[in-house]
Design a protein around this ligand. Sequence first.
Ligand code: DGY
Length: 324
Amino acid sequence: MSATPNRPRILVTRKLPEAVERRAARDYDARLSPDDQALDPAAMGDAAEGCDGVLVCAADKVGADAIDGMPDSVRIIATFSVGTDHIDLGAAKRRGIVVTNTPDVLTDATADVALLLMLAAARRAGEGERMVRARAWGGWAPTQLLGTHMSGKTVGIVGMGRIGQALARRARGFDMTVRYYNRNRLPADQEQGAVFHGTVEDLLPHAQFLSLHCPLTPQTRHLLDARRIAMLPRGAILVNTARGPVVDDRAVVAALKSGQLSAAGLDVYDGEPHVHEGYLDLENVVLLPHLGSATTETREAMGFRALDNLDAWFATGRPADRVV
Ligand code: DGY
């Protein structure tokens, strides 16, 4: 089918929910992903030939090489994610390419997965599921797979943005005390009684559960290292739905083995889809494949938000979620 004249041409790097692809094809001369294969930087540049914009995903590696390899016609990269750590924002800025993301729409879905991991880790759900599937369950026993309560405990939240606040709301439903570290203290109406700590070190000794919700930046890489893990109460439970490199995997594995961490729930990994080998044989870690935003409602909303940003850019030059 020949392209309708004057419709901007966009490259969509991965398969998106059907409703999103329908809208993209309706409003753009859209080059959709036929096979949902990740593109390496050279292939991304080639595929973007003649395009005005590129819609990428969190799993795309859009480093300086990919950005420098894009044709001059590309003026905007709209990412189907709230995180932007997969994009070299400096390189985009240097080339005058606008970058947008999709905040807000995945807040609840991601907070739900953080809560799911807190419960699953605390109540040993992964171990129980594996036991049943292995046909190894001999029946109910008074001392079998004893976990720990969430109710009444303290959760420490690192990064009290939208998702951190949404987790805090959920934790209050379990009568948990909420403490948090954030670069800036929140106003009282957002804090909702949560206790602010001005440093991560100050927060850690209180955190029977620790949930990470900060973006990945050079400052937060390995934020949770061996030194800081040692500051948690013994037997604390760690949950990471932020980004893998925010934790030092070797230190987390060592702590899961020593009992300093009694359990962990992870949805994100350093070097995804690679998962640090040390986790794979441990019973006390629940491992999910980056499911934070994986609901139909959320993935559609993310796609529509990315398209809203493209629409606004091509119509007015002012997309709502511009990060560069
Ligand atoms: C994001 O949007 O950054 C998420 O990690 C994708 O689920």
